[in-house]
Write a protein that binds this ligand. Structure first.
Ligand code: NG1
Ligand code: MG
Length: 529
């Protein structure tokens, strides 16, 4: 489903009919504020949505497919641009970036004179405009590849409005970086902006802000299409395709609930997210040394240059060459890897750097250089067994979930026009049960949940939900729930009574606490005239 990012003049191409009224007001405010702030009108708006991950958690950076969907909250960026050569600043070898946010109380207005060379980003500072600069830097790399190294970007006036809560697990960062990169490309005259190229730029750009991330969020933000979830695959290269939910009775919907426990990767990355990336990469190296002796773990698109998927393919390709015949189906391969991991990585308490060096036949210095030098990480014991087991079981659950959605022999009776049938409920429960298993694995094996999320999952299951789990990186943030549409109101009530009313949550925050979203469309440029 690659191809160019859609370009339109009509908001109805971007939002569902029932949200058009509300969005129209929001977009008008953005454009009026733009005029007020800069004394000129905006030329276009670039938009990228947040996402929720339905299943396949913490496996994107191990290069296994995951199943997110774009949601209703998004980032919109209004832009006008001028050729820097029309400005006095052009003599100084810089162009201007003026950037403001509708929420200027929290995100102060900034102005930068950016040198024509590289865009400087201080990732040690928690500064909101870094995300725009990350998108700018990525987009410029693409523009330079196309137009040559002395390409001179245009000066930009930018006003942004975001409705994806920051640090809330719905990927505000990827929405912002993708919208920024898209805005820069469009402002500089690009029209057929390839979705895959934009996604790849957004992935690499976000790493410039200091996070070792996978590529799920940016893919979901850019590629999604209204009405379908998105299967994102990373191996052998990035690709995405729509996945549809069959009609069930009761009808299914997704409820997203904020925990209001903020987990900021810039702050906790070294002991949470980045550490997990290190652990799964080390696990790949150790498993490869054990099961594919004498072979190198192949270099791939994993954040540290290797991945569990790399080991996986290395192992099964060798088996096939040795007369193993046709490739086994992916679920069978994963089941085998789970057993291999259980027997080979038996240290529950974790592995030290010295253990990893011994097991991979190298030195402590080498292990440090390979795994611990590119991003800040803190840890002494690396839980390779647990992390690899989560990844392989989660990759398997994702395949099972996909099979339930796409294998029509597993579908509930299509003709169940009214009244829930047992079959439909049982089907919905099977989907939900896989999500519940994911939550158990995230809590106990990958250790990326938190008590508040566990509590929310319990409340929603008790109020009639089918499946509940954290979504995104975890350690706080958001949770996603597969629920019958006719129970949404009861579930909301239970959440308010048993969770939100027991915490101090501002009225403003409460507005975004619970989102019921259908799968929404991905990035787009809306031109104005
Ligand atoms: P969040 O923290 O929700 O944006 C992160 C990663 C994803 C993926 C999930 C876990 C970034 C930008 N995103 O999501 O790539 O690894 O955690 O599945 O780091
Ligand atoms: Mg993020």
């Amino acid at each position: 489903m690659s191809g160019p990012v859609p370009q339109t003049t009509a908001l109805q191409d971007v939002y569902t009919a029932e949200s058009l009224g509300e969005q129209g007001v929001r977009w008008n405010t953005l454009l009026e504020k733009f005029q007020e702030t800069y004394g000129t009108s905006a030329e276009f708006v670039a938009r990228s949505p947040g996402r929720v991950n339905i299943i396949g958690e913490h496996i994107d950076y191990s290069l296994y497919p995951c199943l997110p969907m774009a949601i209703y909250p998004d980032v919109i960026v209004a832009v006008s641009s001028t050729a820097a050569s029309d400005e006095p600043a052009s003599t100084t070898g810089t162009y201007k970036l003026q950037i403001a946010n509708v929420a200027s109380d929290r995100f102060p207005t900034r102005e930068f004179d950016v040198p024509y060379g590289d865009v400087e980003i201080d990732a040690t500072k928690h500064e909101w405009t870094n995300y725009f600069k990350a998108g700018l830097r990525g987009a410029l790399e693409l523009l330079r590849k196309k137009h040559g190294q002395d390409f001179k970007p245009r000066s930009m006036k930018v006003l942004m409005d975001g409705t994806v809560p920051a640090g809330g697990g719905l990927s505000s960062s990827a929405a912002f970086v993708s919208a920024a990169a898209l805005a820069v490309m469009f402002a500089n005259g690009e029209r057929d902006i390839d979705k895959k190229a934009l996604t790849e730029v957004a992935i690499v750009s976000e790493r410039a802000v200091g996070v070792n991330s996978g590529g799920m969020d940016q893919s979901a933000s850019v590629f999604s299409e209204m009405g379908s979830a998105l299967l994102v695959s990373f191996s052998p290269s990035l690709s995405a395709r729509p996945v549809f939910f069959p009609k069930t009775n009761p009808e299914l919907c997704f409820l997203i609930a904020q925990s209001f426990v903020t987990s900021n990767k810039q702050v906790t990355g070294p002991i949470h997210y980045n550490l997990r990336v290190v652990e799964v990469s080390m696990a790949a190296a150790v498993l490869n040394a054990k099961f594919c002796p004498g072979t190198e773990l192949p270099k791939d698109a994993g954040p540290l240059g290797v991945s569990l998927r790399g080991f996986h393919d290395n192992y099964f390709n060798a088996q096939q060459k040795d007369g193993g015949g046709n490739a086994k189906p992916l679920p069978e391969q994963l089941a085998e890897l789970i057993e291999m991991t259980k027997s080979a990585l038996d240290k529950e308490e974790g592995y030290t750097v010295a253990d990893v060096a011994a097991l991979t036949g190298t030195t402590v210095e080498d292990v440090k250089a390979r795994f611990l030098s590119s991003f800040p990480v803190r840890g002494e014991f690396f839980k390779l067994r647990q992390r690899a087991l989560h990844v392989f079981t989660e990759a398997l659950r994702t395949q099972q979930f996909l099979a339930l959605l796409e294998d029509t022999t597993q579908h509930p009776p299509a003709a169940a026009p009214s009244g829930g049938t047992d079959d439909s409920v049982a089907y919905n429960q099977r989907l939900g049960s896989l999500m519940n298993q994911t939550q158990d694995s995230c809590r106990d094996v990958y250790e990326c949940s938190c008590p508040e999320i566990d509590q929310i999952c319990g409340i929603i299951r008790g109020a009639g939900g089918y499946g509940s789990r954290l979504t995104g990186a975890g350690w706080g943030g958001c949770s996603v729930h597969l629920v019958p549409a006719d129970k949404v109101e009861d579930i909301k009530k239970a959440l308010v009574e048993q969770y939100y009313s027991k915490r101090t949550v501002s009225d403003k925050d409460m507005e975004g606490a619970i989102v019921v979203s259908r799968p929404m469309s991905g990035s787009a440029v809306v031109t104005l005239d």
